[in-house]
Design a protein around this ligand. Sequence first.
Ligand SMILES: C[S@@+](CC[C@H](N)C(=O)[O-])C[C@H]1O[C@@H](n2cnc3c(N)ncnc32)[C@H](O)[C@@H]1O
Length: 469
Amino acid sequence: MPFKYNPPTRTQCDVCEQLHRQDKADAIIDKHNGKASSANNFPFHNWYNFVLGYTPEFPDYLLEKEGISSSDVVLDPFMGSGTTLVSCKLKGISSQGIDANDFMVEAARTKLNWKIDLAELMKYRDIIFNQIENSYDSLNWSEENLLAARAGQLPFSNLISENKTSYISYVDERRPEMLVPKYISDRPLAKAYIIDEVIKEISPTQELKNIFDLALTSILVPISNVRYGPGFGVVKPRDDKDVIGIYFNKVDRMIKDLQSVNNEQRNTKSETVLGDSRELGNHFQSNSVSLMITSPPYPGDHEYTKHTRLELIFRGLANNIDEFRTIKKRMLRASTTNLYNNDNDREKILHLNSIKEATDLIQERLDHDGATSGFEKLYTKLIWEYFGGMHKTLEQCLKVLKPGGKIALLVSDSHAFKMVHIQSAKILKEIGELLGFVDAKIDLWQFKSTTSHKYDLRENILFLTKPNS
Ligand SMILES: C[S@@+](CC[C@H](N)C(=O)[O-])C[C@H]1O[C@@H](n2cnc3c(N)ncnc32)[C@H](O)[C@@H]1O
């Protein structure tokens, strides 16, 4: 039988074999602090834990390594839910960030507003908690006749007992078309809407409302049937969850974090922008930033709205395919489901042999396997567009950095396309040098294990410095 590059688990990767032989360097995160920890274990960071976010240990490591102080400004051009900015604020360092995803920006903004009147927050917490319990009791949670009504054998009005509306009709009236029951079952969703409506009804000030809203949005995935990590998956439906208990705990944890803040931290500036980092210079001042810390999308075929799909729909930030597309178009091209006919970011890097070698090998393997699927045909275009988009972003970063300022990018190598090993940091280093960055250097942060093949992939830190003159 002719050899196939699919499934990749069985395919040997010569680059991985060679790298493992050549380079015995320890990964920083292993030397530095054992294993990378999830943001879940860190105050403020855990207000919303973005599955593709990095551990706060990454910005903490760099802030210390680069000797960043309160007189510096740090910027993250792919901010996500604000890990870099929260780490900076905890250390009294001003920071800025931009992200293309509306929900990420909303989450980051809330995580970074610590000028909160705590007495008011606690007053509203008590009112809201009390009202949630009342609203919960006002619905009929029994399953009786439910299936018959769903099957159309009984009018829904028959489900009203003791003058209580059935939770099922309550949720049917509210469930957005895109939030299908496969993603989140009726009972947990009904409870989430009760909480949502109480917050709106009680109507605290906007900044307090943001906290109550984020606490709710952040528990959506745990109460749903969706699992992110790193793909988008759906598990066996869970009929019920202690949504209200989980919510109360979350709000209380957030209040505890706010109680721990000191004046310096409270007054440290953090600025967040919704936008496209390929236009960074339109949003931030030239020559103003000492250090950029970031993890850009990498060529791993991740579609970056997928990992916040529930949140975007529930918050009403993306209600249909067109609204999702608007967000996706602001993003770097990193997935075959986010490529468009008139994309042309690749223009300035078409002469780079390192990318051509990778795309030629992908094409060779596609031809060898007789690949015909529409997605596979887009692989090579995607790689060119991705690196072209990164060229545009790095050009803008060069403008916004101070002379002598640095950018540290955390990027993973990739095997996502016909098992061709793409050394992302190495190619980005070449692009950075082409743009005029100096002192380029690659350090190994950690190895990332994956279930799709037998090799652990390198997650590297690429350092690029803006020349002093
Ligand atoms: C790997 S994640 C960064 C996660 C972040 N380090 C954290 O800890 O939350 C990459 C982010 O880049 C954003 N993104 C993708 N393309 C973008 C663009 N052109 N401009 C701004 N943000 C973009 C995505 O929305 C995503 O949040």
